[in-house]
Design a protein around this ligand. Sequence first.
Ligand code: NAP
Length: 232
Amino acid sequence: MTSRIAIVGGHGKTGRAVAAALARRDVVPVPLGRAEWPVLADHLAVCAAAYVIAPNLHPDEPSYVAEALAAVEQADVGRVAYHSVASPYVPAMPHHLGKAVSEDLVRRSRPTWTILQPGAYLQNLDLTADLEIPYDVDAVFGFADLAEVGEAAAVVLTEDGHAGATYELATRVATPAQLAAEAGYVARRVEPGDVHPWLRAMFAYYDEHGLPVGTGPLGLLLGRVGRVGGPA
Ligand SMILES: NC(=O)c1ccc[n+]([C@@H]2O[C@H](COP(=O)([O-])OP(=O)(O)OC[C@H]3O[C@@H](n4cnc5c(N)ncnc54)[C@H](OP(=O)(O)O)[C@@H]3O)[C@@H](O)[C@H]2O)c1
């Protein structure tokens, strides 16, 4: 029988990437959103595993994840993977910190668990024109390609050997200025304008530190490199 895998918070761009990768593995993806939230356990009961994605900038991600994990356990789903972020324990970025607390909940939950920690998505940057971003264009990032994030999720959800593992995910290490130049454009720093305070905090952190992420674990998961330490 073809297995079904739930994607909690699955209707956004991340969920769509995970669903596409699962479908390529002959798994039926079951994206779940707000409509299903009140009866999440009923929807999870027919699924072999669950991928848990919190909506962007959720005001209380640990509560969201705790509710999702409770439903996973109630439905007796044996395997869960949680969509975290690279460098979750950064007190200066509240939405990262919410993921650090949520990771602890996942590690203390009953199902077999895996945690994925993607860097900033490559697709966040509009490289079809000059790039204007509210942080240092020369800061170093480990950028994650969304399709590869989806593929990594499908690997840990359907293959053995990932129980209790935490993987940071980056497709390539680069600065925004380098990516813009490759696309034939110029990158420039602009003021952030009126944005969510957590985004303002994130831009301030990026400005000073970027968000470097190693490429080794994703390369290994996708079978691209045979050892950690291949080309960045
Ligand atoms: N952007 C990046 O570079 C990056 C990098 C690493 C990690 N992340 C993480 O990726 C996640 C965001 O992924 P995304 O942009 O694909 O998702 P998203 O579009 O923000 O969220 C989509 C899903 O969340 C559900 N949802 C929204 N509010 C809800 C609520 N109050 N209760 C229950 N469900 C709710 C939506 O339900 P409906 O279907 O009902 O609309 C939808 O299924 C975040 O956790 C973010 O931190 C992002």
